[in-house]
Design a protein around this ligand. Structure first.
Ligand code: ASP
Length: 322
């Protein structure tokens, strides 16, 4: 009897699928730390829709906004490590914030585990159509002649649009007032309504508005012009060299089983190999990582290197929130 019981339980153990084999068996929540309609939200929706097809389970987008993304990222850092809650974010939320926010109650490098690197966006220096300046030089002159009168949108201190503004201030010596939003989706709407006048914004967010003639673009913050917007000069061509690109990524809570991370990674890699998705992203000026760059270990190494690089930059610039 005893023997039979033991055999039965051994057989049950052998037959029981490993946790990773049955994953995913229910919807997966992807936490977007900014408002709907912005660049992180767009990335999440495009990638999540395709990953849903790959894994056969719904990716549900949850916008948990506030404090430059620190609230949404913190939610995932404290979530169960079962692969059902994952974090999407970028250079701002998962790198800069770790140096800027001194009181974060999670550690970006150790409380999250990398799943996959996602595309990178150059930034556009953009303005409301009501802005009298028509070139980057004229914009800089206008800002210098009207100190403190021009407002520019950001998604909070440490967000991509804030890092873009810092690069703009450093490159031009001009300044504008920073107005924080819950995401740059709402900010670019206000820009086209002239509620604010300028932004340094990710191309995926502002390019559609530039193409529709609702806002004006002066320069792209990249080394070379983008095939998606060949008429927009580089910042160097426009007289003020500056290069900033906001890369994105996916992370899970630390301790998530490697088989689950591997499944999520394969689905993300397949997503970025899809020609329709590639075309859609490249049309917004985005650069896509290779499958090798997307691998969890390579992405983790890249994340740590970026963290160290930006820690120095932000400490030198003395950007902090206590
Ligand atoms: N990623 C944007 C930023 O950092 C915000 C957003 O996605 O809405 O500026």
């Amino acid at each position: 009897m005893l023997r039979r019981t033991v055999l039965t339980s051994l057989a049950a153990t052998a037959a029981a699928p490993a946790f990773g084999d049955t994953y995913p068996s229910r919807p997966i929540t992807m936490v977007v730390p900014f408002a709907a309609g912005g660049p992180t939200d767009l990335m999440a929706r495009v990638v999540g829709e395709r990953m849903t097809k790959e894994l056969g389970r719904q990716f549900v987008i949850e916008n948990a906004t506030g404090a430059a993304g620190t609230i949404g990222v913190g939610k995932v850092a404290r979530a169960a490590s079962d692969g059902y809650t994952i974090s999407i974010g970028h250079l701002g939320t998962h790198v800069a914030n770790g140096t800027i926010y001194r009181n974060l109650n999670y550690d970006l490098l150790t409380d999250l585990t990398p799943i996959a690197r996602l595309p990178s966006n150059p930034m556009l220096v953009v303005a409301s159509n009501a802005m009298p300046a028509h070139t980057l030089k004229e914009l800089v002159d206008h800002l210098k002649a009207n100190p403190d009168e021009v407002s520019g949108g950001t998604a909070g201190i440490g967000s991509g649009s804030h890092l873009g503004a810092l690069a703009f201030f450093a490159a031009t010596g001009a300044k504008y007032q920073l107005v924080p939003y819950r995401g740059t989706g709402p900010a670019v709407q206000d820009l086209s309504a002239n509620q604010i006048q300028v932004m340094v914004d990710q191309s995926s967010n502002s390019l559609p508005h530039v193409r529709a003639g609702k806002i004006r673009a002066y320069a792209v913050t990249a080394k070379v012009r983008s095939a998606a917007m060949p008429d927009i000069p580089t910042a160097a061509e426009a007289g003020y060299p500056m290069e900033v690109a906001i890369w994105h990524g996916l992370w899970a809570p630390k301790g998530t089983p490697p088989e689950i991370v591997a499944k999520l990674n394969s689905a993300a890699v397949a997503t970025l190999q899809d020609p329709a998705i590639r075309t859609r992203m490249e049309d917004l000026g985005q650069d896509l990582p290779t499958p090798a760059e997307m691998a969890p270990a390579a992405f983790g190494e890249f994340h740590r290197a970026e963290f160290a690089k930006w820690k120095k930059i932000l400490e030198t610039a003395d950007v902090k929130v206590e």
